[in-house]
Design a protein around this ligand. Sequence first.
Ligand SMILES: [Fe+2]
Length: 285
Amino acid sequence: MRNINTDNITQVVLSSFDRHPDARQRQLIQGLVEHLHAYVKEVKLTHPEWRAALAFLHRVGDISSDSRSEFSLLSDVTGISSLVDLLGSDPQATPGSVLGPFHTVGSPWFDNPAQLKGHNEGVTMVLRGRVVDLHGNPLSHATVDFWQNAANGMYWQMDPSQPSDNLRCQMKVDANGCFDIVTLQPVPYQIPTDGPVWHDLVHPSERSSWRPAHFHLIVSAPACKTLVTELFDEQDPYLQSDAVFGVREPLVGHCETLSDSATLRALRLSAPCLQIKFEICLAAA
Ligand SMILES: [Fe+2]
């Protein structure tokens, strides 16, 4: 094509990807080109603005490392991560929510009930979960992968004072699909505020840097769709302004006092504490 102009350039570029051998990849690339061209035309993007956008992406790459992905943060604060989670959720099942950057594969396996609190400072809280299918039947072969932050707001990877794999575990549910985790009440924390995503994008928009406190869970069961989700406390002050748009109403739990002596004994607890219940419904695969 010798005569590229604003009217034909989008179609010419789209056609240039026609021979990509993978149909889905072709759809993803061509859809992206189509929408980006439409965006550039709509906002009448200028050269200085385009150079600034590229420089921003360079800085996002520069600050990223094996232990920190500023691109994931960019995806989170623009709601892309949450939109992908929502599109992947079955409307009948428990909704998905952001995986976040602190999941690691291969957390230690714990017996049920899991004792995670150990020597951690903080308020004792028991997560009392139950995993069911779309008909409410318990999924007795489900497994749970769980992680959370410590009372100082940090995950173990961020904090040399915590032992490796602190406040995380994998476990199996019981015959009724139930599991208990004796742990800490999680605390709110801030997204990173030392990088270009915060400085150039989030802060100038006067948005909050805070995430409401949450537990992270990945729940799997045979013949079911694996669920990556979070559980929040209805009392949390940041539920309305989560910096990464992860809150969904079915993921907001009610925190209450656990004082039943038989249950406390079964959980090896010597005093009343907090509990939060969470029924997790998995869709069929
Ligand atoms: Fe988190």
